[in-house]
Each structure stands twice: as C-alpha cells, then as structure tokens.
Design a protein around this ligand. Structure first.
Ligand SMILES: [Zn+2]
Length: 122
C-alpha cells in the first residue's frame, strides 16, 4: 500500500522497460518502511521520497532496485535466497555507486587510444 506516484518514467533493464515511480510513502504488506522496491512481475521500481534523504540516497536506491531488476531479468534471482540476493545487491550498490556518479565517474575519463586499446586518464 502506498501513495499515488508523483512521477512515472521508464528505464531499460536488459531489453525490458521497467517503470520508475516516486512515492511519498511506501509501506510493505508488513507495514515496514522501505527506501524502494522492485516488482519483478510488473516490471516496476518504486522509490520512496520520504525515506531517501537527498539526491545521493535517491540515486543509490535507484541503482539498488535496478540491480534487483537485472538479477530478475537474468534469472539469477531464482538461484538465490532472498537474503543472499539482498546481500549481493547491497554490496554491488555500495561498490558501484561511486563509479556511476556523473562527475566523478571513471567511465567519463575512458577514451579510445588505439583501435583495440583503451586508456584511462588519471
Ligand atoms: Zn534490496
């Protein structure tokens, strides 16, 4: 149960469109507050605007939920318990968050040097 979404967009996850909804207050069926959740069947990611404090939290939560969606689309989630999937997603979220930040992204400093080589400016 949650509020009506304030914004709805889509994001491509391994060839599938996932909707992204921003809600004022998401509660699980157990009345737990969450930062976000992913409905794999409906291909829907919900982000809670009240529990995420600031843009960095929002981005990190969106990345976290996208990782759940990627595991679902790849079928790998079926090989994992919920606890193991969450541990993997949390580790990847924290490891990848600094890499996908726009200004500090290492990806923005990669440029082709030769035909088959890449170099990274440091
Ligand atoms: Zn999670």
């Amino acid at each position: 149960m949650s509020s009506k979404p304030t914004t709805k967009r889509t994001i491509p996850i391994m060839g599938q469109k996932y909707s992204i909804e921003y809600h004022a207050n998401i509660k699980t069926d157990d009345k737990d507050e969450v930062y976000g959740d992913t409905d794999k069947g409906r291909k829907r990611i919900r982000i809670d605007l009240a529990n995420n404090r600031g843009l960095a939290d929002l981005k990190s939560t969106l990345l976290h939920e996208c990782l759940h969606a990627i595991l679902a689309q790849s079928g790998i989630d079926n090989m994992l318990t919920d606890e193991v999937e969450e541990a993997i997603v949390v580790a990847l979220e924290h490891g990848l968050s600094p890499l996908v930040e726009f200004k500090s992204s290492i990806w923005n400093r990669i440029k082709p040097a030769k035909k088959l080589e890449l170099e990274i400016d440091t």
